[in-house]
Design a protein around this ligand. Structure first.
Ligand SMILES: NC(=O)CC[C@H](N)C(=O)O
Length: 204
């Protein structure tokens, strides 16, 4: 099993790599080139930092074009984590208005800091949906995962999403065909995170 982590210069790579190795995935590469991404069995799009900078760097490296072919056209499984999930949506208001990769009908906006403490940091409950492959084998409902973000995705569409409630229900994760997203950090979410990542490795 070869996992490629998209390298656009803004990801918490080290913790993802060590977590993948902990669950038995030895062949993990960090790459921004088409051939390496295309040869991997699955792709992870990480992300820590600002949406505007991230999408700019992705476009400058033509990674958006590569992922359109590899993931959208050829259906290679991809998991977007935190900012990586947000980038899969239509847009974000972080750093002005920026279009995302447009893979799912979700829009990203900032929490209202007059209503809740921003950023949303720490473990919080995800109302899981066992129809999602990522949550196969999860018996406890809801399940706790670790979040650290100031923006969140909402969607009026059915993108097979699960919710977390903070200010309101926001998209904590989704599974849209071969494309999955997690606003939380599975690599920082202890046994629930390990189980979710193992499901991505084994069931997608
Ligand atoms: N941890 C992050 O990088 C968060 C992603 C994004 N900047 C947000 O605040 O939601």
């Amino acid at each position: 099993m070869k996992i490629a982590i998209v390298d656009y210069g803004m990801g918490n790579i080290r913790s993802i790599v060590s977590t993948l190795k902990y669950i038995g995935v030895e062949d993990v590469v960090l790459s921004s080139d088409f051939d390496t991404l295309n040869c991997a069995d699955k792709i992870i799009l990480p992300g820590v930092g600002s949406f505007g900078k991230a999408i700019t760097q992705i476009r400058e490296k033509n990674i958006d074009k590569y992922l359109n072919e590899i993931v959208v056209d050829n259906k290679k499984p991809l998991l977007g984590i935190c900012l990586g999930m947000q980038l899969l949506g239509m847009s974000s208001t972080e750093d002005g208005n920026n279009d995302g990769l447009g893979y799912v009908d979700g829009r990203v906006e900032k929490f209202d800091n007059s209503l809740v403490k921003v950023p949303h940091v720490g473990f919080n409950q995800v109302k899981i949906n066992n129809s999602l492959k990522m949550f196969e084998g999860f018996t406890e409902e809801p399940a706790d995962f670790y979040f650290t973000h100031s923006y969140r995705m909402t969607s009026n569409a059915d993108i097979n999403q699960c919710y977390c409630n903070y200010q309101d229900d926001f998209v904590a994760s989704f599974e849209f065909g071969n494309i999955a997203g997690a606003q939380f950090h599975p690599e920082l979410s202890q046994t629930n995170g390990l189980r979710l990542l193992k499901n991505f490795i084994d069931k997608f």
